[in-house]
Design a protein around this ligand. Structure first.
Ligand code: URA
Length: 241
């Protein structure tokens, strides 16, 4: 059931299906979805949506928004116990455990989310996946991959601003799981219901969580999120292809 106070939704729950306009009778596997319900998130997202927001402001706000999303997304980051001494006494605390978490931005637009992630997880390793959407078939194509072959036992945070059709994110997450990642969290600034459904269907039974600032209304005929914020890469970096 949707918990509207915390914004924690389970995709299979009736409340979540209602929010996405999905008939209650459709059977979907449960995927953890966290829509971060916070006034600062809503405020920053509104300015990102505004077409008058210029690229430098867009980049700064996207960075700030990622930090807020990352705070929620890392709630279950693995830690281990550590003994330390304060100036007063010996005590026990925690530190991020090994193997270290990995952050994977999907190029190009995911780069705009990287700083916000590593600010919160400074000891994380960073891998890169270059993926592009074929504008005729809307299929995701991988043009570069830079990360360890073996991700066994790793928690991975994959960042991509827009979950639209879901093709790119699903392909990226399947690759991470193929390499052994056993806990994948996808952080997106915005999601479309269609993309959420594709993730649920294609990644059923895999250990995946989605954290986003909002699930919008729908995709338009060009597969842009409505109301959305336009092309996230263009808004961040200008219109160079
Ligand atoms: N990618 C974007 O950058 N924006 C959208 O609305 C959909 C996909």
């Amino acid at each position: 059931m949707a918990d509207l106070r915390t914004g924690v939704w389970r995709a299979g729950a009736p409340g979540h299906r209602r929010a996405l306009g999905v008939p209650a009778s459709v059977s979907v596997d449960v995927m953890r979805i966290h829509v971060v319900d916070h006034p600062l998130v809503a405020h920053k997202l509104t300015t990102l949506r505004d077409k008058r927001t210029d690229s430098p402001t867009f980049r700064r706000l996207a960075d700030e928004l990622v930090t807020l999303l990352a705070y929620e997304a890392t709630r279950d980051v693995r830690t281990e116990q550590v003994d330390i001494e304060t100036p007063v006494t010996a005590t026990t605390g925690v530190r991020l455990s090994h193997p270290r978490p990995m952050v994977v931005p999907i190029l190009r637009a995911g780069l705009g989310m990287l700083d916000g992630m590593v600010r919160l997880l400074p000891t994380a390793e960073v891998g890169f996946m270059g993926m592009v959407r074929n504008e005729e078939t809307y299929e995701a194509q991988t043009y570069a991959t830079r990360m360890p072959e073996d991700l066994s036992g790793r928690q991975v945070y994959v960042v991509d601003p827009m979950l639209a059709t879901g093709g790119t994110l699903v392909a990226a997450i399947k690759e991470l799981i193929k390499r052994g990642a056993d806990d994948v969290t996808a952080l997106c600034l915005l999601a479309a219901p269609e993309g959420v459904e594709v993730m649920e269907r294609e990644l059923a039974g895999t250990p995946v969580t989605l954290v986003t600032a909002a699930v919008d209304e729908r995709l338009n005929a060009d597969r842009y999120i409505v109301p959305g914020l336009g092309d996230a890469g263009d808004r961040m970096y200008g219109t160079a292809g």
